[in-house]
Design a protein around this ligand. Structure first.
Ligand code: SAM
Ligand code: SF4
Length: 339
């Protein structure tokens, strides 16, 4: 496939609040081999395959964003590695690193398929991946993911590190569930030279449990960790929602993504596209634009027009509601949007 001309960043994406958008998160499928209890129902309804953009279309749409100033793309889902032939997309995007304005290609995965794919990801130019792992207890892992085994996830993490990928662990903090285990999880990650980021469960889509029973404020978690460890805030932004601290006793870095207890929207630099070509300017809102239709009927000019519309309408902040508050809950799941 021909690489795009180097006329990128001719019209950078800047929203009405002066935020420059340079990070695209692309959900390549809403399907997954797991069924995490905070992410989806036990029997989720996935999009019909006919609704999906082809991998070639996704590549061309990425090119449109690269031309508009995107320097970092994260492939996510659903589980990105379950999409058939996803490596062709990864290879094509990898070929754009350092050539067409793209500086970094990353991936978020549950690690199950990494023994098969880690080497290929590294070869394609991916240097860093995020792996979701909420527990080191085999029974809890099986219960939380409904389908997975801890052994398989750990094999995937081993394969990634062996392939030279820098791995960051993401763990959703769950009330009355993995909450007592978080210090061990952090120690384990830091012991393997991996950063770990804790995430507050977000009210997105329908799950079988009540969000009230899952939600654990990270303010509480941080207070508890500070009783046993010395946490020092790290100055400087990573351009993301996580606030980082260093942990003196483990020598590692710990991130907090706290959309409900500590709003991070002022520094937002991202935009999201789903596998069906929906353009979401905010993770925590229901609003979306139809990029698939624009692309198929009006080509790249129409895509550019829609990107302009997204910049003009990107909200100042998300609208996640804390358990017990009244609001307009986001109806789609994280797996649909691309977490
Ligand atoms: N399947 C891949 C994985 O699990 O890493 C990528 C997609 S998954 C939707 C991306 C991230 O979203 C994971 O770290 C997962 O734990 C997180 N996530 C899913 N549902 C969430 C929710 N309701 N609130 C907070 N995080 C959630
Ligand atoms: Fe799948 Fe990731 Fe959602 Fe778990 S969090 S069900 S691994 S998409």
């Amino acid at each position: 496939m021909d690489l795009p001309q180097s006329d990128f960043a001719t019209r950078p994406m800047v929203d009405n609040y002066g935020r420059t958008i340079n990070y695209l998160r692309l959900s390549v499928t809403d399907r997954c081999d797991l069924r995490c209890v905070y992410c989806m129902k036990a029997r989720p309804k996935f999009l019909p395959k006919a609704d999906l953009l082809s991998l070639e279309e996704l590549t061309t749409i990425c090119d449109a964003f690269i031309r508009r100033g995107v320097t970092k793309i994260r492939l996510t889902g659903g589980e990105p590695l379950v999409r058939r032939d996803v490596l062709s997309l990864i290879d094509n995007l990898g070929a754009r690193i350092g050539v067409a304005g793209l500086e970094e290609l990353c991936l978020t995965t549950n690690a199950n398929m990494l023994p098969r794919y880690a080497g290929r990801l590294a070869k394609a130019g991916i240097k860093r991946i995020n792996v979701s792992l909420d527990t080191l207890d085999p029974a809890r892992y099986a219960a939380l993911t409904r389908r997975g085994t801890l052994e398989s996830a750990l094999r995937g993490i081993d394969a990634a590190q062996t392939a030279g990928l820098n791995v960051k662990i993401n763990a959703v903090a769950l009330k009355g569930d993995n909450e007592g285990e978080l210090p061990q999880l952090i120690e384990w990650a830091h012991g393997r030279a991996m950063d770990l980021t804790l995430i507050e469960v977000m009210p997105m889509g329908e799950v079988d449990a009540s969000r009230n029973t899952q939600f654990l404020p990270l303010t509480e978690v941080r207070e508890r960790l500070e009783q046993q460890w010395t946490l020092t805030d790290q100055i400087g932004s990573t351009g993301g929602p996580a606030r980082y601290v260093s942990v003196k006793e483990t020598g590692g870095r710990l991130g907090f993504i706290s959309p409900l207890t500590n709003n991070f929207c002022a520094g937002c630099n991202r935009i999201r596209v789903s596998c069906a070509g929906e353009l979401f300017s905010c993770l925590g809102r229901n609003g979306k634009l139809d990029l698939r239709n624009a692309f198929r009927t009006g080509g790249m000019d129409a895509v550019d027009g829609l990107i302009d519309q997204a910049m003009a309408t990107k909200p100042a902040r998300h609208d996640f509601t804390r358990p017990g508050e009244v609001g307009d809950p986001v109806s789609r799941s994280m797996a649909h949007t691309g977490g």
